[in-house]
Design a protein around this ligand. Sequence first.
Ligand code: NAD
Ligand code: ZN
Length: 377
Amino acid sequence: MKSRTKANPSVATVWVRTASARYPVWVGSGLLRQAGRRLQRLRPGCRRLFVVSSPRVWALWGKELGRGLRAAGVPLEPLLMDDREEKKRLATVEKLAEELLRRGADRGDLLAALGGGVVGDVAGFLAASYMRGVDYVQIPTTLVGQMDSAIGGKTGVNLRGGKNLVGAFHQPRAVLVDPRTLNSLRGRDYRAGLYEVVKCAVIGDPALFRFLEENLEAVLGRQSAALASILLRSIRLKARIVTRDEREQNLRRVLNFGHTFGHALEAVTGYRRLRHGEAVAWGMIAATRLAERLGRVPPADAGRIIALVQSVGRLPALPRVRPERVYARLAADKKRRGGALHFVLPRRIGRVEIRAGLPPAAVRASLRELDPPRAAR
Ligand SMILES: NC(=O)c1ccc[n+]([C@@H]2O[C@H](COP(=O)([O-])OP(=O)(O)OC[C@H]3O[C@@H](n4cnc5c(N)ncnc54)[C@H](O)[C@@H]3O)[C@@H](O)[C@H]2O)c1
Ligand SMILES: [Zn+2]
């Protein structure tokens, strides 16, 4: 899956192959500067590139992207949006679409998303729906974006009643991952992404799990070699899963480890208290305790999973969240989806199982165990 050529000694390529598309994820330090050349090769004669970004990310990385594009003769037009989660709404997509039309964009043009998951999901949905679909590339600048949201073609926005409820599958033409962009991330945003890396390790990569245990300091210090390792391993895992299950029929559901509880926790805390990754971290702790309670995971593995989650950093406590409310939210989600309540539970490090119909008492008990002192270091 990985190729290194003499011309690009530090660029690795991971391929995603789905029924609807086949595209590269390029990973390499300094890639932002090469974007123009690569996009020109991908779409020869590309007339214009509309880059959806946020003011913050644009101020940090727009210039560098622009330099490479200009050198390759690709004119760039930024389209800036507020990237707070509450702006991940249809209204933002509409505003951007009107702006594209005003600037004369048509299906021959290319879009790009430069930013975190919010920008990526909005720009992806814009690309899926503007003139019934235009090509786009993902240039993620957060850890969550680089190892998760930019890969797989899930795009969409939130409704008042819940997250990501309007959307489309629309695969990008390429994903460009420049780990250097992570250097400007706030610590909390970086750690929120690390919890998702831990998730990848638990669901399918025991070597990544050991790497994290043994090199946590380098990872937390964002040292480039450690960063490259964890990015490549998690990107390969995500690419492999998406390749085998583009539309989340079954296999792709393992990616939801920590997310059943996590989504409920995000919802009952009003999507403001916790970063998504932090909610997932709490969710992984709850799911691991649940698996242990049900005798589905060896206690030693459960202990290592919880210890690794906690050593990434102190999780914000869950004040005033009564387990009953979280449980009610879980049940409501189940009703909305019209199916059974599924949990992804660890069997051992590197392997999970999907279980439905678990005893409510056990689920409630693992929620009650989420008292703040346990998470503090
Ligand atoms: N489509 C998918 O498959 C998928 C998967 C996972 C998550 N998501 C979605 O992704 C979103 C979360 O994404 P996220 O975790 O990237 O958060 P985010 O997009 O909210 O970004 C977090 C913060 O970091 C800032 N930022 C981004 N890049 C930066 C950089 N290089 N330097 C400094 N600051 C930077 C942003 O402006 C923002 O304030 C959620 O809406 C979630 O639903 C989608
Ligand atoms: Zn997630």
